[in-house]
Write a protein that binds this ligand. Structure first.
Ligand SMILES: C[S@@+](CC[C@H](N)C(=O)[O-])C[C@H]1O[C@@H](n2cnc3c(N)ncnc32)[C@H](O)[C@@H]1O
Ligand SMILES: [Zn+2]
Length: 387
């Protein structure tokens, strides 16, 4: 395999050189490496460092005792970076023989063989066999076939990436229903819909094993969804987590939304605002997507560490910290188009909503998205005045 040395964060490692002059996707190389995921990995280093600090503050353990599993490791980059840049023990697993060979080379190159070990198993087997404080699953496409085993293995934190955004957000409807046993709606809030479908699936998988989850940080960036879920043990806690599950009624006629918590619910088919027939999505996670204080801790880590995407990462996490907990954002441009008015600056819209006494914030999902507790009619009125 033709390799070159790269540096991400402060970690040096070998990655495959893609075939000459080609436009092959990273998955076409003998071992996967996607430089575009540096941002995801930088945030992972900062989020894992912040979580490890919390864990050490609560428990009588040394940093080296904390075990991190990079279950789909490819070149080993994710886990190696965590071992070097956070300082915990890491297991780098990949079932591909070529990946396993490269992982071993990279461990040798890093000089971290005391803190890192390689494994060549089906991730599901390893996850059922061994428990880890932190389990990171970053497979090709959907994490759904691995969520059950990951829920067994993860003791304190489950970090999940999903790149199957089309099924998650409803663009490939039946695939999403099969993978996540939930019905998504592909409307203007599709990126947040995908995240809430994924979190709903995680909550139900964890609940099977009497585990609860607290989303510490979640972001949808480019074409992937990433979430960091703190694990809490106990049937009662799991029951409480499931209370955050529910359904969205969305009115395609007036854009009105209503949430109903529960897994067996009565939902009226008519829109409470205009009487039109609504569409239903769910079951979805309707709880918080992040913990504000954790975002602060991640921002501190981002500031202190050497990271190639520091600025971009900090911007995303600041937006995550500041966005309202209300499910499903509105898109200013979509509403302006419907109303036939031109769009003001988004900050002016947020300020106008606040002046009228509503809660309002921008979101990390897109530059034109916002969250508010105002109703659609109230939002429309404000946007008309501004347009
Ligand atoms: C998206 S890549 C991982 C990328 C890596 N985490 C990174 O940040 O560069 C997915 C990897 O999972 C491996 N893989 C796929 N299915 C697997 C399974 N069931 N068990 C173990 N490894 C698997 C593939 O060989 C591939 O290297
Ligand atoms: Zn309506």
């Amino acid at each position: 395999m033709n390799c070159k040395t790269i540096v991400e964060g402060t970690t040096e490692l070998l990655v495959p050189i893609p075939p000459e002059g080609s436009n092959f996707p990273p998955s076409a190389a003998p071992v996967f490496y996607n430089p575009a995921m540096e941002l995801n990995r930088d945030i992972n280093v900062a989020a894992t460092a912040a979580f490890v600090k919390r864990l050490l503050a609560k428990r009588d353990m040394e940093k080296e005792d904390i075990r991190y599993l990079d279950a789909f490791s490819a070149s080993g980059i994710r886990g190696l970076r965590v071992a070097k840049e956070v300082g915990v023990h890491a297991t780098l697993n990949d079932w591909s023989p070529e990946a396993f060979e490269l992982i071993n080379k990279n461990i040798e190159l890093s000089g971290l063989s005391e803190k890192v070990c390689a494994s060549r198993k089906n991730a599901n087997v390893l996850l059922h066999e061994s428990k880890f404080n932190i389990v990171d699953i970053d497979p090709f496409g959907t994490p759904s076939p691995f969520l059950d085993a990951a829920s067994v293995s993860a003791l304190n934190l489950l970090s999940v990436t999903a790149t199957d955004t089309a099924p998650l957000c409803g663009a490939h409807l039946n695939s999403g229903i099969r993978k996540y046993a939930a019905v998504p709606l592909n409307r203007e809030f599709h990126s947040e819909m995908g995240l809430r479908i994924l979190l709903g699936a995680c909550a139900r998988e964890l609940a099977k094993h009497d585990k609860a989850m607290v989303p510490l940080l979640s972001h949808v960036t480019r074409h992937y969804v990433r979430s960091y879920l703190e694990i809490r043990n106990g049937a009662k806690q799991a029951d409480s987590t499931l209370k955050y599950m529910g359904f969205l009624s969305y009115c395609p006629h007036c854009g009105g939304r209503e949430m109903t918590r529960g897994l067996a619910v009565h939902i009226k088919p008519e829109c409470p605002f205009c009487g039109g027939l609504t569409e239903i999505a769910g079951p979805l996670w309707l709880g918080p997507l992040r913990e504000k204080e954790f975002c602060e801790e991640v921002l501190t880590e981002l500031e202190e560490k050497t990271l190639g995407t520091k600025e971009k990462a900090s911007k995303i996490i600041s937006f995550c910290r500041d966005e309202l907990d209300i499910p499903l954002f509105y898109d200013q441009h979509v509403i302006c188009k419907q109303l036939g008015v031109s769009a003001s600056g988004i900050d002016l819209l947020i300020a106008s909503l606040k002046i009228k006494g509503f809660k309002a914030s921008r979101t990390h999902f897109s530059g034109t998205s916002f969250k508010t507790d105002a109703s659609v009619a109230e939002i429309n009125e404000i946007i008309r005045v501004l347009g």
